[in-house]
Structure formats: C-alpha cells, structure tokens
Design a protein around this ligand. Structure first.
Ligand code: ADP
Ligand code: MG
Length: 228
C-alpha cells in the first residue's frame, strides 16, 4: 500500500485580488520506505506540496492520504495529533533551540509529544544521536556546531519519535556542498536502517541525484513522472 497518495490536488492561494495556482491537479503515490525528492525551480510548488503531505495546510481541491489517513479532512487538533504520531520534520534553517544542548534538542519531541519517562527518553535520545554520529557532541549547544552537525542533530530529532515519514523542505539549502551530500546520505542510511520514508525537496542538482525517485514540479504541475 502507498504511504502517501495525492489525488487530483490543486492549491490556490488568494492574496487580495491575486490568485496563485501553487499546485494544479497533481496526482501521485509514494511507497513505504521510499527516498524521494520534489525538485523544480523556486516557486514551482515544492513547499506547498510538502505542507499538504505534512498536514500543515489543506488542498483547495483533491485528497491527500498519509499512512492510510485522509489528512485533508482532519481538523487542527487532529492534524497536530497526526503530525506528532506519524511525521518528523527537518527544516532548511535547522530550527534548533539555541539555549538547549544537542541532547535536549533531540529530547524535546519526546517531552512534548510522546510524554515518555525520563529513563526511556534518555535511552531513545542516545540511540538517535548515536545513529547520526553525534553522541560525542551531546552536551554542545547549537552555536558550537557546524551547519552539517546541526542538521545531523535535526535528523536525530526528526527520527527520535520513530515516525513513519520524515519531511524535509530544502534541508541542505544552508549547507556547503560536502555537508549537503553527507546529510542526504545520512538520511538515506536512516531509511535503510529504520525503513523510515523520507520525502525532501531541493533545487540543487548535486543533491537530486541522491534521491531514488524525483518528482519534478513546474508552475505547480507535476511534469515528471507525469500524473498517474
Ligand atoms: P517552492 O517551494 O517550489 O519555491 P512554493 O510552494 O513556496 O514554491 O510556492 C508556489 C507558489 O505559491 C509561488 O508562486 C508562491 O509565491 C505561492 N505561494 C506560496 N505560499 C503562499 C502563500 N501563503 N500565499 C500566497 N502565495 C503563496
Ligand atoms: Mg520552498
């Protein structure tokens, strides 16, 4: 069964009198344990489609299914609960708390979402940090880490709740070429290890080639592979 199914989805933004067709009749499905990327120039709809899959926004028309749930009909509270239990997020700007250590940043979703005991939390955080090779940096603050290291911490934070799907909108845009490729390969290793599906976006050709399937958007239309 497909983990993500998008059926005839369109998204139109209205700003005053101006209508922007951010997505136009997009249909696709993404299998479990995939490692895929949305690509296309700035403004092509990458963030919009990731936000719909991530249950952060709703389509204007069409349906979105994630892990068997029709997410476009969930209310705000249901969406938040769904995100917390099924999804992990990695951001372009890392979005770590500067006053929290590496350990505490990765622990945060377990405190906020999962409500785990202290000892269970510690075990889960250390395991996540070890899997991304950041165990020895656990007491450092974000300012003391390189960009590549920060994004490794963010990968650990996204994985610590053991989500089925991790969404990453341009996760390498603030990294140098070498760190960017390393972070993407780390994500792919995590997919291999935990069978977590990763969906990311990029407009960097060097990063695209790391994905197993590319979905190309142009002006909100899926041009490759064509709509199924
Ligand atoms: P990408 O991530 O590929 O750069 P986006 O999904 O952010 O593209 O944007 C697609 C189109 O939708 C763009 O034309 C953008 O200006 C427009 N858009 C995105 N978000 C909004 C919004 N909240 N309000 C109005 N227009 C938006
Ligand atoms: Mg974007």
């Amino acid at each position: 069964m497909a983990l993500v199914k998008i059926k005839n989805v369109s998204k139109t933004y209205l700003m005053g009198e101006v209508q922007t067709k951010a997505l136009q009749n997009v249909s696709l499905s993404i299998e479990d344990a995939s490692f895929v990327s949305f690509v296309g120039p700035s403004g092509s709809g990458k963030t919009t489609i990731l936000n719909l899959i991530g249950c952060l926004d709703k389509p204007t028309t069409g349906d979105v299914f994630v892990a068997g749930e029709q997410v476009n009909i969930l209310n705000r509270k249901q969406s938040a609960a769904f995100r917390g239990s099924v999804l992990g997020f990695i951001f372009q700007a890392f979005n770590l708390f500067s006053v929290l250590t590496t350990f505490e940043n990765v622990e945060y979703p377990l405190v906020m979402i999962k409500n785990e005991s202290i000892s269970k939390r510690k075990e889960m955080v250390l395991k996540a940090l070890e899997s991304v090779g950041m165990l020895d940096q656990k007491n450092k603050f974000p300012d003391q880490l390189s960009g590549g290291q920060k994004q490794r911490v963010a990968v650990a934070r996204a994985l610590v709740t053991q989500p089925k799907l991790v969404l990453a909108d341009e996760p390498t845009a603030n990294l140098d070429k070498k760190s960017a490729v390393n972070v993407i390969r780390l994500m792919r290793n995590m997919r291999d290890k935990f069978n977590t599906t990763f969906i990311f976006s990029t407009h960097d050709p060097g990063i695209m080639e790391e994905a197993e399937v590319l979905y190309t958007l142009e002006d909100g239309r899926l041009v490759c592979p064509a709509n199924k």
